[in-house]
Design a protein around this ligand. Structure first.
Ligand code: NAP
Length: 337
């Protein structure tokens, strides 16, 4: 490695293995933070002020912090979603933003299907019944669930993850598939018989509505009180997208009042979910702590892709997966500052 390359500085924040940190250290000075909180924020900012690259999971970065990072050239997030990062400000500075699509698609679709199954068959509620000694006689209709196979699955946002959920539903469970997306999906229509619908029609027709859109100003509260009122009273809502895609108080009200039957939620407006949230206590809600991609294999693959993106960008071969490559490419080739 020549001296020029070695003079890069990288700030890394959580979720990287020793081997991955070592790979970064071979080409750069690395400041690693297991976590960033009030106790070490000043150290983090000092490191960021010198950094050319920033990598990590659940990165906290805003415009004010960017202003203190004059050398920053690439941000590599260990996630496919980037709603927590200031894309506009990154674009203005022509800082490349890399994310980790594809490698988490199948695992996140598994999570969605786990929530579908658990919600339809009341898995958590009935498991708790057994654990708490409440299983004293045969199980009657008050504990029956609802079939998954053959029910109509509505995918709101039939992108990479949405399509993978649709495949599971259509090919594994014989479910008719409805979907929304910004553009039509001929492959899904041909292979799975999926049908594109306007959102309101999908909400009215689907037995299970699954959210897999990115969070942005267009999808903020996409599922509000009005949308929930369009759903069948027997339907379930599954959210593996982002908490703020749903108007949470309106969802709680719909679940309380029987407006919809159940919900399976991996994401919330506030995370960790406050223990006193009604969502944590409702029998007709299955909650998981934002674990869409949280398997050993997938988290390792995501971190590796993020490392490859960062190193590829700094040392010249280019990123593998980036969000704003078109903006970055308009700039002159990255030069060390
Ligand atoms: P993707 O491939 O970009 O898919 C997003 C889909 O949403 C696309 O089909 C897109 O349409 C559609 N879409 C965008 N805006 C829409 C709107 N306003 N109305 C309807 N559809 C809209 O992304 P992905 O890889 O599947 O990931 C989706 C999201 O899942 C991520 O952004 C992230 O927030 C979330 N996620 C959560 C977890 C978790 O741990 N729970 C894990 C991974 C991802 P077009 O295809 O026509 O553009």
């Amino acid at each position: 490695m020549d001296e020029q390359t070695k003079s890069w500085r990288i700030v890394a924040v959580r979720r990287l293995s020793e081997a991955q940190l070592e790979a970064l250290s071979e080409v750069a000075e690395v400041d690693y933070f297991e976590d960033v909180d009030e106790s070490n924020r000043a150290d983090f900012m000092a490191a960021l002020s010198r950094a050319h690259g920033l990598i990590g999971g659940k990165l906290e970065l805003n415009e004010a912090m960017l202003a203190e990072a004059p050398a920053l050239q690439v941000v590599s997030t260990i996630s496919v979603g980037y709603d927590h990062l200031p894309l506009k400000a990154l674009n203005q500075r022509r800082i490349l933003l890399c994310n980790t699509p594809d490698v988490l698609t199948e695992t996140t679709a598994d999570t969605a299907f786990m929530l579908i199954m658990a919600t339809q068959r009341r898995l958590v509620e009935l498991s708790n019944l057994v654990r708490d000694g409440g299983w004293r006689t045969h199980i009657g209709p008050e504990y029956f669930g609802i079939d998954v196979h053959g029910k109509t699955l509505g995918i709101v946002g039939a992108g990479r993850i949405g399509a993978a959920i649709a495949r599971r539903g259509a090919l594994g469970f014989g479910m008719p598939i409805l979907y929304t997306a910004a553009s039509s999906k001929p492959a899904l229509e041909q292979q799975l018989g999926a049908k594109r619908r306007e959102l309101n029609d999908l909400l009215a027709e689907a037995d299970i509505v699954c959210l897999s859109v990115p969070y942005n100003s267009d999808t903020h509260h996409l599922i509000d009180a009005d949308a929930l009122a369009r759903m069948k009273t027997t339907a379930a809502l599954i959210n593996i997208a982002r908490g703020k895609v749903v108007d949470e108080p309106a969802l709680i009200e719909a679940l309380h009042s029987g407006g919809i039957r159940a919900a399976g939620l991996d994401v919330f407006v506030e995370e960790p979910l406050p223990p006193d949230s009604p969502l944590a206590a409702m029998d007709n809600v299955v909650t998981t702590p934002h674990i869409g991609s949280a398997t050993h294999e997938t988290r390792e693959a995501m971190a590796q892709l993020a490392v490859d993106n960062l190193l590829g960008t700094l040392i010249g071969s280019g990123p593998l997966t980036a969000v704003n490559e078109h903006v970055w490419r308009r700039a002159d080739a990255i030069e060390e500052t």
